[in-house]
Write a protein that binds this ligand. Structure first.
Ligand code: ADP
Ligand code: ADP
Ligand code: ZN
Length: 214
């Protein structure tokens, strides 16, 4: 099962991708998580990506495509995967399609999670992440059992730097300009499904399952 999750920042891609990965036993490939890890370990890639991420701009396509091609050749990608936050530009989608066709593979589903702006801002405002295992929470909508602490590993939860009030408007604008055109790119492909992303996490997951299995 090869799946792409599309949607603006805060739509719930990471949350849903984690649930799909668990249920269908496929790895979740999150370019955002991979980049944050590279920044944390101060690798060459991390150093190149950081200034873009801090401003809420997209990291150049070339760097992202290299990451993805490497991931496609990992052993655990043989059964498929769930792409969370990739592709984000038409260029990335075209490069991805050609990497897949070289391997005789294709995408089974592209699911676009739709949420309006005010709700996205509420979600990003209250998002807290575990820096150790990457699990996301929300201070109101999906709180951890113990305030400020990860359920899975006990690490302290923190807001992401780029979820700040200064950076969020630019990220939403970048989505509109650079990523939203992907909806039209995939719409004609026969694998595209739009899902209403407003409701409880469990309700959205039911819609996503239906989109996957329907
Ligand atoms: P969100 O889940 O809020 O949409 P991500 O964790 O996916 O955010 O991405 C965080 C940042 O990492 C983006 O603002 C961008 O700078 C960078 N990034 C992640 N994925 C990509 C990608 N596919 N192309 C370019 N930049 C990316
Ligand atoms: P994305 O990866 O698309 O940026 P996330 O999965 O990180 O989005 O979700 C953004 C924030 O919204 C997180 O704090 C998450 O806990 C919360 N969230 C996710 N799904 C829902 C939902 N259906 N209703 C309310 N909050 C949600
Ligand atoms: Zn954790």
């Amino acid at each position: 099962m090869r799946v792409i999750l599309l949607g603006p920042p805060g739509a719930g891609k990471g949350t849903q991708a984690g649930m799909i990965a668990e249920k269908y036993h496929v790895p979740q490939i999150s370019t955002g998580d991979i980049l944050r890890e590279e920044v944390k370990i101060e690798s060459e890639l991390g150093k190149q990506a950081k200034s873009y991420m801090d401003k809420g701009e997209l990291v150049p396509d070339k760097l992202i495509i290299d990451i993805i091609v490497k991931q496609l050749d990992e052993d655990d990608s043989g059964n498929g995967y769930i792409m969370d936050g990739f592709p984000r530009t038409v260029n990335q989608a075209v490069a991805f399609a050609s990497a897949l066709s070289e391997r005789g593979e294709q995408v089974d589903r592209v699911i676009s999670i739709e949420v309006e702006r005010d709700e996205l801002i509420r979600r990003l405002n209250g998002r807290r992440t575990c820096t150790e295992c990457g699990v996301r929470y929300h201070i109101h909508f999906d709180p951890p059992r113990k305030e400020g602490v990860c359920n899975e590993c006990g690490t302290k939860l923190i807001p992401r730097d780029d979820d700040s009030e200064e950076t969020v408007p630019n990220r939403l604008e970048v989505y509109r300009k650079q990523t939203e055109p992907l909806i039209d790119y995939y719409k004609g492909s026969g694998v595209f499904e739009a899902v209403d992303g407003v409701g409880s996490i469990e309700e959205i997951f039911k819609r996503v399952e239906k989109a996957l299995e329907g």
